[in-house]
Structure formats: C-alpha cells, structure tokens
Write a protein that binds this ligand. Structure first.
Ligand SMILES: [Zn+2]
Length: 495
C-alpha cells in the first residue's frame, strides 16, 4: 500500500513513532522462539518464591532441596520465606536470570546469556502450563497469532548405550576422515539397538506435550501454538545422535511437534569440533524420517569468538550437508570465503533465514551495518523476523520490527511480506490452519491500515493544508513538495 510506505518512510527516524506504529501492526508468527528463554525472569522468580524453595544468598543458586545436610547449617542457604531482604535478592536474581542492567566485566555477554538458562532451570522445567499461558497472553498483546516454540528436551535418562565412549571415538574418527560410509554403518547399528526404547520415551514426550497444549488451551480462533524438539550441540557424539533420533521420531508422530532444531552456544568446544558430525546426523535422519521439517542454528558466530578460519563455514555446510529449510541467525556469512556461491545456494534452495536482531546485538555484538539482514533480503533470500529469547533479552517482537525499520529502511510493503513469510514458512502441518492464519493476518492488515490513515496520522503529522487527510497522504503528496506534503510533528533522529 503506497501511502503506508510513504508514512513509514516519514516515521523511520523517530523510534517512539515506530513503536506506536508497530505495536498496532499484526505480526503473524514468531518462528525462532525458545520457550524457556522467552518467559520473563519475573515469572520464574515469583514461582520459586511461591514454592518457598531454598536460595544461596551468595551465589543466588535456587534449589528445591538442600544439596547436602551440611548446607542446613550454613547461613547463606535460606528458604525464601526466611529472607529479610527479599526485594534486594529479587533484584539480584533478575539481573542474574536475564540481561537486565548487564555490563560487560568478569563475564562476557555471551557467557552471561547462556549462563541464565541453568540458573532459572529450577523454575523453567516445571510449571509449563503457566509458562505457555504467559507466552500466549504476550503474543496476543503483541499482535502475534502464531508461535513455533523450541520447547522441552526429551527425557533420555533411561537410555543407556553400552560402549558409549567407543562409539564416540569411532564417530570422531569418521569425522577426521570425513568417512560418511563408516559413519552411516555406526548410526545404523545405534538405531537398530536403541530405536525401540527411544520410541517409548518419545511417545511419552508426545503425550506430555499434547496434554500441556490442551490443558493450557493454546489454540483458538485468535492464536495457534506449535512446538519444536531440540538437541543440545554440546553433547558427546553418541548422546547427540540419540537425542536427535528421538527428536525426529517424536516430530514424525505428533501433529503438534512440527520440527526439530539444534541449540546451545555454537562457539562451544564440542559444538565447533563436531559440526560436521551434527550435519551428517541431520542428513541421516532426514532420509530416515522423510517429511520431518527442521531448522538449524547456524552461523551464530562473529569475529573474536573463534579463530578466523572457523568463521563463515557453518551456513554453507548446513545447506550442503544437512539441507534445512530454515536457518537461525546466519550472521557469520560475511566471513565466508565462498560468499557469492553460498548466497546463490541459499537462493537456489529457497532457505529461509530467521533474523534475531536483539539477540545478535546482545550475544554477539552484531548490529547496524555488521548485520547481514539486508544482504539476504536484497538478494531474494526469504527472511522472517523473530525474538529468539525475549525473556532473557528483555525484548519483544514489536521491538524487532522497530529496529528493522529504523536501521534498515525496509518499506511497509516489504515488512508485510516478511509477516506473511512468518506464516507461510512455518512448519505447521495442516494447510488449512496455515491458510486460516494467513487470512486473519491479511484481514488484520486491512484494519491496521485504515486505523493508521483515519486516526493515527493526525497524531503524528501536522494537519495538512488539505483537510482530506486520506487524500493528502498519497505518494504524490508525501513525496512531492506541494502545500499538502505532511510534516511530521516529531523530531527525525534517523541514523
Ligand atoms: Zn535460538
């Protein structure tokens, strides 16, 4: 809609105007979204206080039961109800369990970010119903109608693999020689020996997800929630493969679990060492479970995190070996010494890039002209705008669109295209649900555009000479020099 393009172009330099614009705009889906990192720390803190768990007032570790009998005699271990300075402790917890007030010092940004997850896991691994309800409430507030959340890891503690260390060694040997044939035979053997037990675990997991989904009343006319399974890339090869195998089997069986992902710090020692193996695992499982959709966190790296020769390879390896339909982050493509061919490959294979602007800025320090979002978009690679971990990052989907429009000059029509992508490129299994979501987002845009033209413009623009506000905001009026050209009431702070 051309007049909306003109209006957004005028608002671009003023973030308060952009926030007010994007708060109202329908935003479709959030496709790169971690459940536990999306709950705000306030909720976790309220939960452990309500349960009256124990806290170590020095380290801020929270536990259900005291770790040792000796701990009962130590003054630093207290039940929350016994704390005299609860408000102060809450504030310290908020800072430890999220990026609130974070300043780089002893800890780096990425260390602080990844350390929040084990800190709040005492709360995030319980109370899923309330967590899901919080996410839905926020989604509706933010005009999001679909979330695809990376949800609960499969509970594989009952699966034991005899000779696990030997399997690990053989797989590492395969990786050193890039011997796919030998690796395949090892994986075949693991599948044959453990598939039955893994399927039992996965069936239980699927039942639990279904129950949580139903009890928390996720789906209705205004909102749909779907889930991804995940494996943690810091695990040793055998554990990692077993976890991914369980993820794929589970996703193949459940209508609610629509995809598989791989998570945790990509610059971790094991994650870097075993990247080739992980891509081979995906390729193997894709062939075994045809039709299971998956995304990969790849290229969440930047200069200074790893040695230069280790940058710029993961995205290419992901597309050529694992062949995901979506890639999360993908910011290290700028270091790819085969940059042009990787871009061509992404385009050719129609791979969607999940863009996480606030996350990349906090964890990697990648923002502004260091972020490749425009390189992707302007070269015809589909992108979607996502939050990643809005709780830990203390961000929101609205903020992601504000940053996008403020920094990168996307037009309104282009932004609408990204919103539609966020439904079309979701892993939702039922086409009818996808179509309904797309229809309702499109209807939402019609209402939104009318609201902007009929009510909003008068709030941020000086009244034009022509009293017909709508007519005044045609492309000609906004771009021309005539008396009808509307003037923004607000100061332009464009970068
Ligand atoms: Zn992520």
């Amino acid at each position: 809609m051309e007049s909306l393009n003109s209006i957004l172009a005028e608002l671009r330099g003023n973030r308060s105007a952009l926030f007010s614009f994007f708060s109202m705009m329908p935003k479709g889906g959030d496709l790169h979204h971690h459940y536990s990192g999306s709950i705000y720390a306030e909720s976790y803190i309220a939960y452990v206080i309500e349960k009256n768990y124990y806290i170590n007032t020095e380290t801020l570790e929270v536990v259900k039961e005291l770790p040792t009998p000796v701990a009962a005699t130590l003054p630093e271990w207290q039940r929350f109800s016994k704390l005299e300075n609860l408000e102060q402790v809450k504030l310290r917890m908020l800072r430890k369990w999220s990026d609130k007030d974070f300043t780089k010092g002893v800890e780096s940004n990425d260390e602080h970010f990844f350390a929040t997850f084990p800190s709040f896991s005492v709360a995030s691994k319980e109370n899923y119903v309330e967590g899901l309800i919080e996410l839905k409430k926020r989604a509706l507030n933010q005009r999001i109608s679909y979330i695809e959340t990376i949800f609960i890891s499969l509970d594989l503690k009952t699966i034991t693999v005899p000779n696990e260390a030997q399997y690990d060694q053989v797989m590492l040997y395969c990786q050193r020689l890039e011997n796919k044939a030998l690796l395949t035979s090892v994986l075949d053997e693991l599948v044959e020996r453990h598939e039955f037990d893994i399927q039992k675990v996965a069936d239980k997991h699927n039942e639990m997800v279904k129950q949580l989904h139903t009890v928390s009343k996720m789906d209705d006319a205004s909102f749909i929630m779907r889930y991804q399974n995940y494996a943690a890339r810091f695990r040793q090869p055998t554990d990692m493969f077993i976890e991914l195998l369980a993820c794929f089997y589970s996703a193949a069986q459940s209508p609610l679990i629509v995809g598989v992902n791989i998570v945790a710090a990509e610059n971790g020692e094991v994650a870097m060492r075993d990247y080739w193996l992980h891509m081979q695992f995906y390729a193997y499982l894709e062939a075994k479970y045809k039709g299971v959709q998956y995304a990969i966190h790849a290229g969440e790296l930047t200069t200074g995190m790893v040695q230069p020769e280790k940058l710029g390879r993961h995205i290419r390896d992901a597309i050529t070996i694992a062949k995901p339909t979506r890639i999360g982050h993908a910011v290290d493509i700028i270091y790819d010494n085969e940059f042009t061919s990787t871009i061509e490959l992404l385009k050719e294979k129609d791979v969607v890039i999940e863009i996480n602007l606030s996350s990349n800025e906090f964890i990697l320090g990648v923002a502004n002209d260091m972020h490749p979002v425009e390189l992707y978009y302007k070269n015809g690679i589909p992108i979607v705008i996502c939050t990643d971990d809005e709780g830990v990052l203390r961000s929101s989907i609205t903020e992601q669109y504000v940053i996008l429009a403020h920094r990168y000059k996307f037009t309104y029509d282009q932004i609408k295209e990204l919103v539609i992508n966020s439904i079309r490129r979701s892993f939702i299994k039922e086409d009818t649900i996808k179509d309904q979501l797309e229809d309702s987002v499109k209807k939402g845009f019609v209402d939104f555009e009318q609201k902007i033209i009929n009510h909003y413009m008068a709030l941020v623009f000086e009244a034009p000479a022509n009293p017909q506000l709508t007519a005044a905001f045609t492309e000609k009026a906004v771009n021309g020099n005539g008396a009808n050209r509307p003037k923004l009431k607000l100061t332009n702070f464009a970068l």
